[in-house]
Every structure is written in structure tokens, then in C-alpha cells.
Design a protein around this ligand. Structure first.
Ligand SMILES: [Zn+2]
Length: 331
């Protein structure tokens, strides 16, 4: 009798798993074929047990969006490969961007996928994910619209807006449910110095100032992409402490084995090439009192993205994110 019940339970569980699989496949199929711009909504509890949460995934050739139930957004704008004859190629002439580029941030999607998986394994929760699938030759999601797509390219503008609308949807959802959160914008640089460049919307010339100078003028904190955290953090940390102190994000990365800048033992870039951030961090971060989602641009060096190191990079990165958020965020 006991054995019979056990067998019945197994049969029931198998049936349930099969149903879930069939519905998942149907959902992805609908998402792939849908031409509408309808946002996929989270299903189940956002803040409670992840058992009640079912991630929704929207996949197109241009932008991929995965919903989440953690106060963290991962954005990956520069690793897309989709080409499309209906889109207009960007050039220095038709997109007069002072820092024009069509370079692909190779392996950042693979790295972000690992970050997603490791985060889930460590916490039981999902970050929100926004991934550019279209080539940067047509759309650059990390530039102002006037430099991002060729003027008059309606399809290009639509794709650009979709990316930013998805980041905004994730940010709005987190703002409503958690009251604060963090956006990490993932890139890959080809600079010689093998370190992750953390961008807070503060140029080299500002980072090269000493802590006393940065602390003396509130404008530096106000303009930074973590201004909301500066105003409201549970550790009572100051702006410079959050930027490059012992408990800054950079110091947590360094402690976990990832070379980076800035942190407490590597304060400023000096004359070395350094990316201070772009449109995604500017538009969706908390600079100048804009919302409650902080943003940090994370430019990964080549070695950190290579296959042989990628898993370690993702493990160390997620460990640092969790320590940083636990230390400073009132979640
Ligand atoms: Zn990039």
C-alpha cells in the first residue's frame, strides 16, 4: 500500500513536470513569434519564496528580456550579432558620436549568463536580465538616441526604445517592491591593463582627486550613478567610502580575486585609459536624484571574459555583488 502510494506520487510528479515543460515551451514559442511590444509580467510572488515565482522570457532577434525577483538588473548591450537589411548601418558620418564605435564586447553575453546562473544558485532568486541581440553596427544601446541609431531609421529607434523600456520596466518593478536596487551594465574593454573598470559617471579627472576634495563638494556625489545609496545606506557610509573605500563594490571584487578600479588599494586611473560610463548608467541610475536604482558600469578586461576564467569571474563577481548589497542596501 505504501509502495503503491509512492508510485502514484511519482506518476503524479512526472505528469506535473511534463505539464510545466509543455507550458514553458508554449510560452517561449509565443514570445518568439509575438510581434507586439507587450511586456512580459512576472508571475507569482516577487518578494517571497522563489517557488512561487516563474520567470518570463521575451526573446527576439534584437533584444532579450528575462524577468526577475531580486533587486538586481543585469544589462548587456554590446554583444549582439544580429544583422538585418532593414536596418541602416551606423557610420561616423550618419552618427556623429564623439566616441563612435561598433566594437562587439565579445563573451559578455556568456559571462552574463553565468552571472545569472550563479546568482540563482547562490540565492534561489533571479536577477532581471536585458540583453542586446542586435549588432552594434546598427544600434548602440549605450549612447544617447541621436548617436545610437541613424536618424530616420524607424526600426532602429524602435529596437533602441525596446531595450531602454525593458530596463525601465525592471527598474520600476524593483522600485515598487524593494524601494531600492542595483543595475550592473556589463561591457568588455580591450585596454592593456587587465582590470575591471567600474564606471560611476565620474571621469578620470574627477577620480584622480583625493577623498577630501571629493567629499568637500556634494556635487560629485550628486552626479554619481549611486547617489541614492549615498543618501540612504544602512552602513552609514559616505560617498567616498562607497566609491572606493574598504567596503566599496571595487574592494569587494578585489577581495574576491578580481582586479578592478576604483577600490581602496587602486583609487584612480591617472593617465591610463578608463571608461567612466555611458547612457545606460546615466539614464537608469540614480544620478542627480533620479529614482532609487543605483547603476555601475562594469567593463570587464579580456582575461576575465576568456573561457578558461569565465566561471571564476562570474562566481567572484556574484559573491562581491551579494556582499556589497548585504552591507549597504536596506532590502
Ligand atoms: Zn561596451
Amino acid at each position: 500500500m505504501v509502495m503503491y502510494k509512492y508510485m502514484a506520487n511519482i506518476a503524479g510528479t512526472c505528469m506535473l513536470i511534463r505539464r510545466v515543460l509543455i507550458w514553458s515551451i508554449l510560452f517561449v514559442a509565443v514570445s518568439c513569434s509575438s510581434k507586439s511590444d507587450t511586456l512580459p509580467e512576472n508571475n507569482g510572488s516577487q518578494g517571497g519564496s522563489s517557488d512561487a515565482f516563474m520567470r518570463r522570457v521575451e526573446v527576439t532577434n534584437y533584444v532579450e528580456y528575462r524577468t526577475g525577483n531580486a533587486p538586481l538588473i543585469i544589462s548587456v548591450p554590446h554583444d549582439g550579432t544580429t544583422t538585418d537589411a532593414a536596418l541602416v548601418l551606423r557610420t561616423k558620418e550618419n552618427c556623429p558620436d564623439p566616441s563612435f564605435s561598433t566594437a562587439q564586447d565579445i563573451y559578455t553575453t556568456e559571462l552574463a549568463d553565468l552571472i545569472d546562473s550563479v546568482f540563482r544558485a547562490k540565492t534561489g532568486k533571479y536577477p532581471y536580465m536585458v540583453i542586446g541581440r542586435v549588432s552594434r553596427k546598427y544600434v548602440d544601446f549605450n549612447r544617447e538616441q541621436k548617436y545610437a541609431v541613424v536618424a530616420g531609421s524607424t526600426k532602429g529607434v524602435g529596437i533602441y526604445n525596446t531595450y531602454h523600456n525593458r530596463v525601465k520596466a525592471a527598474a520600476d518593478s524593483i522600485s515598487k517592491k524593494n524601494g531600492a536596487g542595483l543595475l550592473l551594465d556589463i561591457h568588455g574593454h580591450s585596454h592593456e591593463i587587465q582590470q575591471i573598470e567600474l564606471g560611476y559617471l565620474l571621469k578620470s579627472s574627477i577620480l584622480n582627486l583625493d577623498d577630501a576634495t571629493l567629499a568637500a563638494d556634494e556635487n560629485y556625489a550628486y552626479k554619481s550613478s549611486i547617489y541614492n545609496l549615498v543618501k540612504n545606506n544602512k552602513s552609514g557610509s559616505t560617498f567616498t567610502a562607497l566609491l572606493r573605500g574598504t567596503y566599496s563594490f571595487g574592494s569587494y571584487l578585489y577581495k574576491n580575486g578580481l582586479a578592478c578600479i576604483p577600490h581602496s588599494a587602486n583609487l584612480s586611473p591617472g593617465d591610463s585609459p578608463y571608461f567612466s560610463s555611458g547612457e545606460i548608467t546615466q539614464r537608469h541610475g540614480s544620478s542627480q536624484g533620479s529614482g532609487v536604482i543605483d547603476a555601475i558600469q562594469c567593463e570587464f578586461n579580456r582575461n576575465a571574459r576568456e573561457e578558461v576564467n569565465r566561471k571564476n569571474t562570474a562566481e567572484a563577481f556574484v559573491a562581491a555583488v551579494l556582499e556589497y548589497m548585504e552591507k549597504h542596501y536596506k532590502l
